[in-house]
Design a protein around this ligand. Structure first.
Ligand code: MG
Length: 394
């Protein structure tokens, strides 16, 4: 029996994680946390019987307490609740599927308590990779990627680890990774010209060709900011330098990413797009469990295509490399400026190209803090939010 706790249980990754729990009787949910979806949370509690549940908003928690008064579950709220769930003695794995920097502190607490992390919260590594990775190493905790690309890289590396012992990070260096090929679908605006994007509305950007995801991630994937965050995530997870991470646009989303080795061999993980595979792989690593669903049919597919990302039309990716090169607190600025800008775009208060423009501006004016503490990161986030929010619509 493996006990898991899920932060962000009502979102896209969270609900798919629960589907895996449904299909694997040896997984047990001991705690759930969500933002404000009280009804969904109530249904999840009734089905999975966690001992604790947490709502980010105090009002939602109060609401939930009334709804589940007939059950044993203890309802918590806010950051305190997330931290309590993160370190729950009976849990072995924490699935971090919440969006945003609120994931950083619970992840740190969980690592310190010796929990393995099934990581789906990008911000944790983007903003605090320099804190998280060494901490995980010290506590002998595994950071298991849930993001489909990082799971693919992880899976492509596993064959090389056979017969070797030692810390994963050191082993990655030993193996001789020449390049990581990080694939990107290119999003709904792939191939569009700069001028065409001026008038794009939220509804246009929300049509992702291959994956069903939350709104924020879908916009991020259309701007290539999502890929930019994933480049930073990969840098920390696999200990490779930035210039060894190459983004490859692959519209079919069949090759989920690949590793090129020092002898020129390229090992990739392929399959039809389905987030349940990377989630399940993280939960049962190093075992593979059966998973029902569509299978890859190469004959039906016919061909796979690859192209260079258009960083001129989609500057979000180039900005990510710049933020990662600057390091320190700069990736936090990149992420926070994007969060705010996307929010403004979704509310019709910012043009589509305005998203990348605001990220660039926020980075321009920021003075890098070289080795930021969690407090520095959160303060940088706050300052960036404030700066971006003051920008008027152009
Ligand atoms: Mg991804």
């Amino acid at each position: 029996m493996k006990n898991i706790a899920i932060l962000g249980s009502t979102g896209s990754i969270g609900t798919q994680t629960l589907e895996i729990v449904r299909n694997n009787p040896d997984l047990r949910v001991v705690a759930l946390a969500a933002g404000s979806s009280v009804e969904k949370m109530e249904a999840q509690i009734r089905e999975f019987h966690p001992s604790k549940a947490c709502m980010w908003s105090e009002d939602a928690a109060a609401d939930l307490r009334v709804k589940v008064a007939d059950l044993e579950v203890e309802v918590l709220a806010g950051m305190e609740g997330l931290l309590e769930i993160a370190v729950l003695p009976e849990s072995q794995v924490l699935v971090t599927a919440i969006v945003g920097m609120i994931g950083i502190r619970p992840t740190i607490a969980a690592i310190e308590a010796g929990k393995d992390i099934a990581l789906a919260n990008k911000e944790t590594l983007v903003c605090a990779g320099h804190i998280i990775m060494p901490l995980a190493e010290r506590h002998g905790v595994a950071i298991l990627p849930v993001d489909s690309e990082h799971s693919a890289i992880f899976q492509s590396l596993n064959g090389e680890l056979i017969g070797r012992s030692g810390r994963r990070e050191a082993l990655y260096r030993e193996i001789g990774i020449e390049k990581i090929l990080l694939t990107a679908s290119g999003g709904p605006f792939r191939g569009k010209a700069k001028e065409e994007l001026r008038n794009m509305q939220a509804a246009d950007a929300l049509k992702h060709p291959n994956w069903t995801m939350g709104h924020k991630v879908t916009i991020d994937s259309s701007t290539l900011v999502n890929k930019g965050l994933e480049v930073m995530e990969a840098k920390w997870l696999f200990g490779v330098e930035l210039d060894r991470i190459q983004v490859v646009v692959h519209p079919q989303s069949i090759v989920h990413s690949a590793v090129q080795y020092k002898d020129g061999a390229v090992i990739a993980q392929m399959g039809v797009p389905d987030m349940k595979l990377p989630i399940q792989y993280a939960l049962f690593y190093p075992d593979r469990r059966p998973l029902e669903g569509r299978r890859l049919d190469l004959f039906e597919l016919g061909q796979l295509t690859f192209e260079k990302p258009d960083t001129e039309t989609f500057p979000g990716l180039a900005l990510a490399y710049r933020a990662a090169e600057a390091g320190g607190s700069m990736p936090t600025v990149y992420n926070a400026a994007n969060e705010k800008a996307v929010d403004m775009f979704l509310k019709g208060k910012l043009t589509y190209p305005g998203i990348a423009e605001l990220i660039g501006e926020a980075m321009e004016r920021h003075k890098v803090i070289a080795d930021p503490s969690v407090a520095d990161i959160l303060e940088t986030e706050r300052e960036t939010y404030e700066h971006v929010a003051h920008r008027e619509q152009r």
